[in-house]
Design a protein around this ligand. Sequence first.
Ligand code: ZN
Length: 273
Amino acid sequence: MINYIERLSLLMSDIVARVPTLGFIDMSKVLVFARSGRTNAEGAYATCHCICLPASEPGYYFWRDRKTGKLTRRSEWFVTKSPEVKVGTAPIDYMISFTLPRFTDQVLSRTRKHAHYPNQPNWVGKLDTIVHELYHIDPQTPGIRRMEKADGTYSANCHGDTFFTNVVEMVQQYLATNPSPETYDFLQHNFEELETRFGGICGTTFRGYPSYPQRYTEVVSPQPEPPADVDCRIEPLKVPRVMKHFNEDDLVMREFLRNTSRQLIRKGAYRAA
Ligand SMILES: [Zn+2]
């Protein structure tokens, strides 16, 4: 069986070693994992998740009287926090997830990427997706890279005017360094071909699949004083219980089939790329 996520990790390590713009990325702090996604369903091929953002400033929800505008009640103070994910002793700063099997079936001719890669084979579209997600990692501050617009201000979304063309340039740059085909040739096969060739495809997921570490809300304890002019009823905040700390024991190996997936009995050790 092909460990697709491990292959992607190794390929990403090769990309960051060969593409100067991505050279700052430390792949030992990037965890790659699989999510579910069917080939014919709508949705992303991959996602970059930042889990190194600091906790938010404390805040609260409030309700106003529609007529008087007066505050009638507010929630307890809360903050939002990033989960802690560690593999061995290394804290993970970013996670990049790939949807399987959807990602393996990405076809260049059916996407807007086609115009950027005339006469190039389908698997280059997958390489584009991989570089795209790596490019979301911000080189300066913890977070998702912010894109400047032509006028020097920051774009309201994380893609801006030039993100996609910068990615195309980096893909061409990578290919121009003559990487070893062994590093990327698994991208050439769609899901059916992978199944035939390798007898199945598997990859790292979190034990609580389909859930995975996400930012969560926490009630501040002890509660700070309310702002000086706020005097109203305080409602307790109901926050769902979620896991806040993850380590390599929370990673398991799953096999991905056409319409479903199953956890493999032997626990798959996560290997740092
Ligand atoms: Zn994006």
